[in-house]
Design a protein around this ligand. Structure first.
Ligand SMILES: [Zn+2]
Length: 151
């Protein structure tokens, strides 16, 4: 098995492999894992709530709605606020490694540009100062998406 990292990995850091789709609820994940005869004890399963299940089962549709709005020039401050809220929730839930997350970042970036705003992380990065690892990871995610769609 070969892994490709989208962020730096510390020596000795544990790597995970998902047996289930990230956009499934806890109940669906447990049903899918039942034939494997184990109960998953990852943070997403142990800490699952109705809110995290809702996030997992709706984040792709929410991102698609943001993308559609952006494609139809319907970017607004309200949309940006909702997209930033989704970004925060996805990071907290560990969904920031999913491909749709990179698409969300692309929409957020387009919204900032359209609304004439500059994200703090981008400003720091452009000045060549010490940028945060979160921005580096996001930047790599967008690069990955671009490579994905250019094939
Ligand atoms: Zn799990």
């Amino acid at each position: 098995m070969r892994f490709y990292a989208i962020r730096d990995i510390k020596a000795g850091e544990q790597l995970f492999y998902s047996y289930c789709a990230a956009d499934n609820s806890l109940a669906t994940r447990r049903t899918e894992l039942a034939p494997c005869s184990f109960v998953c004890k990852c943070p997403a399963c142990v800490n699952a709530t109705p809110e995290t299940d809702k996030l997992r089962t709706t984040f792709k549709a929410q991102i698609q709605a943001f993308r559609n709005a952006a494609l139809n020039s319907q970017i607004s401050q309200t949309m940006l606020k909702k997209a930033l809220k989704l970004e925060k929730a996805m990071i907290k839930e560990g969904l920031d490694i999913e491909l749709p997350f990179a698409l969300l970042l692309e929409v957020i970036s387009a919204a900032y540009e359209k609304l004439g705003k500059v994200r703090k992380e981008q400003t720091i990065d452009c000045l060549g100062k010490n940028s945060g690892s979160a921005w580096k990871m996001k930047h790599r995610s967008i690069a990955s998406v671009n490579q994905y769609f250019s094939c």
